[in-house]
Design a protein around this ligand. Structure first.
Ligand code: MN3
Length: 240
């Protein structure tokens, strides 16, 4: 054994190299901890009720696939899309303000995450019926009657070609019905109607196809039975 090999075997000559290695590993760890902290910003919010809670209007299997597969995929793909970009660490609301300059993956998956978060919240078991209070007054004042509003909103969902969403939006202090393609929403700078959404309806086929197949209007008619008007009222109050 020569002198160098001998000293190396005792650890003398490897100390400096080991410290460098440890430093490199520590830096990598810190970086990934930092990243995972930021990345944890976009998480799959749990469904606020059981998969079968909206039956018979929306079936359990549809809800399970919709939340655990579709919504989960938007969350995962959004995290991948913003990782290492200037958008990392920003809120979706912030990102939507200049979505026209963001990559399509951020627009599609960011919208997918945000829109479904709202959609789950504005539905619930043993809901439906009619709104009350200030939001009811605003609906009646803007659209003549609740029935007329239902007709216009249903029509916005039914006539949205392909995949998309119907919206009830507070825009410039007024209620407006609109619809958007794909995963776009009224918070995005590219939206025709801009404002704060207080009610939304997912009219993608994945939202209804298992139970309703091509009958989107039947799905929409049944959906009114699960609308959570208390939640809509709360959102109306804070949007005004
Ligand atoms: Mn959906």
């Amino acid at each position: 054994m020569d002198r160098k090999k001998f000293l190396t075997s005792l650890g003398f000559l490897t100390v400096a190299g080991s410290i460098r290695k440890v430093d490199a590993i520590t830096n990598k760890l810190n970086e990934s901890i930092k990243r995972s902290k930021i990345m944890s910003k976009f998480e799959l919010a749990p469904l606020p009720y059981a998969f079968n809670a909206l039956e018979p209007h929306i079936d359990a299997r549809t809800m399970e696939i919709h939340h655990d597969k579709h919504h989960a995929a938007y969350v995962n793909n959004l995290n991948k899309a913003v990782e290492g970009t200037a958008l990392e660490g920003k809120s979706l609301e912030e990102i939507f303000k200049s979505i026209s300059s963001a990559p399509p993956a951020v627009r599609n998956n960011g919208g997918g995450v945000w829109n479904h978060n709202l959609f789950w919240q504005v539905m619930g078991p043993n809901k439906g019926g009619k709104p009350t209070g200030a939001v009811a007054d605003a609906i009646n004042g803007t659209f003549e009657s609740f029935d007329k509003f239902k007709e216009l909103f249903s029509n916005a969902g039914a006539t949205r070609f392909g995949s998309g969403w119907a919206w009830l939006v507070v825009s410039g202090g007024k209620l407006v019905i609109s619809s958007s393609p794909n995963q776009d929403n009224p918070l995005m700078d590219i939206s025709d109607v801009k404002g704060t959404p207080i009610l939304t309806l997912d009219v993608w086929e994945h939202a209804y196809y298992l139970n309703y197949q091509n009958r989107r209007p039947d799905y929409i008619a049944a959906w009114w039975n699960v609308v959570n008007w208390d939640e809509v009222a709360k959102r109306f109050a804070s949007a005004k």
